[in-house]
Design a binder for this molecule. Structure first.
Ligand SMILES: [Cu+2]
Length: 149
C-alpha cells in the first residue's frame, strides 16, 4: 500500500531528525537571558561609557562571566558600587558569578559595565554589540541601545 510506505518513510525520517534537533538545540540555546541592555549616552570628548543590563541564569549551574568585549572598546569591566567608610566606591570584578535561577540586575549605584577606550562618543539611538564570554559556554552577543539616562 502506498500510504504504508509513506508512513514508514516518515517514521524513518523522524528517527533521524529527532536526535539531530536535540543535539543542535541543546548546543545553541544559551541557558541564560541577557535583557534590557542600555548604554548611557556619552558626552562629547569622552571615551569612557557605562552600560546596564540584566543577566538571568536559567540553568542549574552557577554561571561565571569572564569577559565582555565589543568592537568599539579597548576593554570592558564589570564594576560594583560599594559603600566603604561612608564613601561610595567602584570595584572591578574579575568574575561575575550568577547562581542558578538568579537574576543579576545592573543599575545605577549597583552593578554596571564600564566601557574603556570607546572609539567615539556613543550617541542616543546608536547600538553596540556586546559579547559576553561565560565559562564553558559559547559567546553570547547582545545588542545594547544608547539612551539618555
Ligand atoms: Cu564603574
Amino acid at each position: 500500500m502506498k500510504n504504508n510506505t509513506l508512513t514508514e518513510r516518515f517514521r524513518a525520517w523522524i528517527w533521524i531528525l529527532i536526535p539531530l534537533c536535540l543535539s543542535a538545540c541543546a548546543d545553541t540555546a544559551p541557558p541564560l537571558i541577557i535583557s534590557d541592555a542600555v548604554i548611557r549616552e556619552m558626552a562629547p570628548g569622552r571615551d569612557t561609557g557605562v552600560a546596564y543590563l540584566n543577566i538571568e541564569n536559567l540553568s542549574k549551574q552557577t554561571l561565571t562571566l569572564n569577559y565582555v568585549q565589543s568592537e568599539r572598546t579597548d576593554t570592558i569591566e564589570v564594576h560594583q558600587h560599594l559603600y566603604e567608610d561612608g564613601v561610595m566606591k567602584m570595584r572591578p570584578l574579575a568574575h561575575l558569578m550568577v547562581a542558578p535561577g538568579e537574576k543579576v540586575v545592573f543599575s545605577p549605584g549597583g552593578f554596571h559595565l564600564m566601557l574603556f577606550g570607546v572609539d567615539a562618543p556613543l550617541k542616543e539611538g546608536e547600538t553596540l554589540d556586546l559579547v559576553f564570554e561565560f565559562q564553558n559556554l559559547e559567546p553570547v552577543t547582545v545588542t545594547a541601545t544608547v539612551k539618555r539616562l
